[in-house]
Design a protein around this ligand. Structure first.
Ligand code: ADP
Length: 843
């Protein structure tokens, strides 16, 4: 810019540079433009006037120039810094008026005296060096108040053409507002920076969020795809699931969908689209309905096994009891409100029934096991743990509360059986078979008992044996009886053999009758004895008729009693041969046996021995005795008469010696006479019975008579007669006396001289019991049963010196039994014998 004023030419150049610095954040949405004023430059380029000419001009020109300036300006001239020109802007800054012209700075503006401006002016004036302070400030008085004002000011030297400094130009731009603006701008700027930073951070976050969003979107897409796929799968799964699945919706539980498995539980029923309570009216009012509603209302999952629901195959049809495993799982919408139920149903009717049957069966088995007193055990093969019942423990000699382990069980087994039993069990396990074993076990008390065991393995679902179950029974008693039977059989066989030998050697005929069927078999030997040919069949009735009439009835009765009452018999009888008509004597024995087998059948076994020869022998003896006795009787009667005559004569002559001899001879004759009577009795016995002359008498008198008799005859032994009380009997006194005398005589005969013989008669249970006890040789046990038989005599060395016929005791037995009494003997060889008889006491 150039201007002319009164011939002076000034060329002033302003230079105003507006520097703009656009600042843009990363956020293009909010671009921020910051404009900043950098600086203002101005200087006088040329002065083409001389000092004197221009003195006035100067102040005028200066004033004009200063006025023209768009900024505050003033000119100080001279070393005193006289205000030569000042424009309005500067006066406004100073808050002064034009009166300040021609005054010194300090005079014009006293308040800045101490603020260094004067010193600055002086420096510029003297040095010619320009001073500039864009951030200047001064305390000024405006309207009577101190005000801090800011300005960008400069002091520039004013030179004349010679270059001499004559003044200083002061320009200033009030920056108070700017500073304030700048301050606020700065604050704004700071805020902006902070904002920017924040924005940047936000931007950063946003970027990463966007990146994440992109990623999420991809993932979402994938999820969505997966979801679609899995939804398809789920549908497929639901449809094909082996469990019945239904989806109920809404409070009425409408069956929204139902899979095949659920439908097939009741194929003829309509479900889809109906409320479950309409579709299944059977459940209304039952706990099933309650549980459904409860699950829907509370959102609680319901699960229950083996629920009994009586349902009909067709709606309204007959109800069937069926069992189901049920679960209801509530489903919810996005807000979490329950919208319905998933229901899962599996029918378990078959399983429940099967389980019941198993329980039932187990009950029945355990009842059977207990009732049969069976021991039961179950062993876990992996652990060897054993469970067993009380009967099992009992079979091993343990009480129910005592422990019994698997090893204990084997330890109890007798060692020689252990391996065999173990091998059997293992074989059964490997081949899925039942094993059976019998073995003895030793109880804790040492006793041995037998056990019969059955066992079988149980297998897990893979077919591996995991348990062994066993049933056992104590068979000790059975074993013992089995053993007994074996032994019995053995001894029976031996006996049978012996019997057969005996039968064969004794030439016995045998006959056998099955009592049930009455079938009779006869041995060949029996046929011979009964006079049949071997090929002949024997008829029982015919055979009975062959028996001599005198014995027939007796024999028939005996056989009958043997068969019906089990009595045994032993009879001798004569019979006539069937073919040969020969008379034979037989000895027949018979007895009925009951078999020990389960049938309890009875068998009669009879034996027949041909005793004809013996009988003939006896008969010959009898005949002889009969003849001899008879023949002896007449001379003995004569002898007796002579004796009486002799005694009579001696009495007359008072020949005492003869009298005594005659008396003794008479006694011997009497003795002989009674002996002969006995012989005759025996001889007659076969045909007729002994005649009894019964009368009432006192046994004490009888014993007394015997005492007197023996006192006269027995001198070799001490015969002691024990006192006898009154014992009335009715009997043939002579014959009873004969018995007693016979006992006493035998005692004398068969016991050593000087030994004692005790004779007693006591009352015993209504019997008169008479006994004669000696201290003699006694009788061997084997001879005792036969001692009262006719002609029976003990055969021994010591017996050889003692003579006898063996008929005395036979007669005694006949006499006592004919009286209804009993005869008997107790004897020990070398100790002595006691012969006794009993007669009923009469009142
Ligand atoms: P006898 O004496 O004539 O032989 P008995 O009939 O009186 O005939 O006796 C039969 C057998 O009984 C005798 O042979 C004898 O072996 C035995 N006996 C009888 N009484 C006694 C007795 N008191 N002590 C030992 N043996 C006796």
């Amino acid at each position: 810019m150039a201007f002319e004023r009164r011939g002076a030419y000034f060329e002033i150049q302003f230079s105003l540079r507006l520097v703009t610095k656009p600042t843009s954040g990363r956020n293009s949405n909010r671009p921020v433009q910051v404009f900043r004023l950098i600086y203002l430059d101005f200087y006088v380029l040329r002065k083409s006037v001389n000092f004197e000419d221009c003195q006035m001009l100067t102040s005028y020109a200066l004033q004009t120039m200063v006025d023209a300036l768009p900024i505050a300006a003033c000119v100080f001239t001279g070393p005193e810094h006289i205000i030569t020109a000042v424009n309005q802007q500067m006066l406004a800054i100073w808050a002064k008026d034009v009166t300040v012209i021609q005054q010194t700075l300090y005079n014009a503006i006293p308040e800045i005296r101490e603020q260094g401006f004067s010193e600055l002016l002086t420096t510029v004036f003297s040095t010619g060096e320009e001073y500039r302070n864009p951030l200047g400030s001064a305390l000024l008085i405006e309207n009577g108040q101190e005000v801090l004002k800011h300005f960008d000011f400069s002091f520039k030297p004013l030179r004349d053409d010679d270059g001499t400094i004559y003044g200083v130009v002061n320009t200033a731009i009030d920056t108070s507002e700017r500073v304030v603006a700048e301050k606020s701008l700065k604050a704004v700027n700071n805020e902006l920076i902070a904002l920017n930073e924040e924005q940047a951070a936000v931007n950063e976050e946003l970027t990463s969020t966007i990146e994440q969003l992109v990623q999420t979107e991809t993932a979402m897409q994938k999820l969505y795809d997966d979801l679609a796929a899995s939804e398809g799968l789920l549908n497929q799964f639901i449809q094909q699931a082996p469990a019945g699945i239904a989806i109920y919706t809404g409070p009425k539980l409408i069956i929204h969908s139902i899979n095949q498995a659920a439908q097939s539980l009741l194929p003829k029923r309509e479900f889809l689209g109906r409320s479950v309570f309409d579709a299944l009216p059977e459940i209304v009012g039952t706990p099933v309905a309650g549980n459904l509603l409860h699950a829907y209302q509370t959102g609680e999952v319901y699960q229950q096994s083996d629920v009994l629901i009586p349902v009909a195959r067709v709606e309204g049809g007959e109800l069937e009891e069926r069992y189901f495993n049920l679960s209801y799982i509530p489903h919810r919408n996005a807000e979490g409100t329950i919208t319905g139920l998933f229901s899962f149903t599996i029918e378990t009717t078959e399983q429940v029934k099967a389980r019941r049957e198993v329980i039932d069966l187990n009950d029945r088995i355990s009842i059977a096991v207990d009732a049969g007193n069976f021991g039961y055990t179950e062993v876990q093969l992996a652990t060897g743990q054993m469970r067993c019942n009380a009967a099992f423990k009992r079979a091993y000699g343990r009480t129910p509360d005592q422990e019994l382990t698997y090893p204990d069980m084997f330890a109890a087994m007798l060692p020689e059986y252990r391996e065999e039993v173990r091998a059997k069990a293992m074989k059964a396990r490997d081949e899925n078979l039942l094993y059976r074993a019998e073995y003895p076990v030793r109880w804790p008390d040492g006793s041995v008992h037998w056990i019969s065991a059955y066992g079988r393995a149980r297998y897990d679902s893979k077919g591996n044996a995991d348990r062994m179950v066993g049933l056992i029974k104590d068979i000790t008693a059975e074993k013992q009886s089995e053993e007994m039977i074996i032994n019995l059989n053995k001894s029976l066989r031996e006996q049978e053999e012996r019997l057969r030998l005996a039968v064969a050697s004794a030439n016995l005929g045998t006959w056998f009758m099955d009592v049930q069927t009455m079938a009779i078999t006869f041995s060949d030997r029996l046929k011979q004895i009964f006079g049949y040919y071997l090929q002949d069949e024997i008829d029982f009735a015919t055979a009975v008729n062959q028996i001599a009439e005198s014995h027939r009835e007796q024999v028939a009765l005996a056989i009958n009693a043997a068969i019906t009452e089990g009595k045994s018999y032993d009879i001798e009888y004569p019979l006539v041969g069937y073919r040969d008509q020969q008379l034979r004597w037989v000895r027949a024995t018979g007895k009925t046996f009951t078999s020990s087998n389960s049938d309890n059948a009875s068998y009669f076994l009879g034996t027949i021995a041909d005793i004809t020869e013996r009988k003939q022998d006896e008969q010959r003896k009898m005949d002889f005795i009969g003849i001899v006795s008879h023949e002896l009787r007449s001379p003995l009667t004569s002898l007796n008469g002579y004796m009486q005559m002799l005694a009579l004569k001696a009495k007359k002559t008072e020949d005492n010696m003869v009298l005594d001899i005659a008396a003794k001879a008479k006694r011997q004759v009497d003795k002989m006479s009674s002996m002969i009577t006995g012989f005759l009795d025996v001889a007659r016995m076969g045909e007729t019975q002994i005649k009894l002359n019964n009368k009432a008498f006192d046994m004490a008198d009888l014993v007394k008579a015997a005492e007197e008799e023996s006192l006269a005859t027995v001198t070799s032994h001490h015969v002691i007669y024990h006192p006898v009380e009154v014992t009335p009997v009715v009997a043939d006194q002579d014959k009873i006396e004969q018995v007693l005398i016979n006992f006493i005589n035998n005692a004398v005969k068969y016991s050593p001289q000087g030994s004692t013989i005790n004779v007693a008669c006591i009352t015993l249970d209504g019997w008169a019991h008479v006994s004669v006890a000696d201290e003699g040789m006694g009788i061997p046990a084997k001879d005792l049963p036969h001692i009262f038989n006719r002609f029976y005599r003990v055969e021994s060395e010591s017996m050889k010196s003692v003579k006898g016929f063996g008929i005395g005791l036979y007669l005694c037995k006949e006499i006592i039994e004919r009286h209804g009494g009993i005869i008997g003997v107790e004897s020990l060889p070398e100790k002595g014998s006691t012969f006794w008889f009993r007669l009923p006491i009469s009142n």
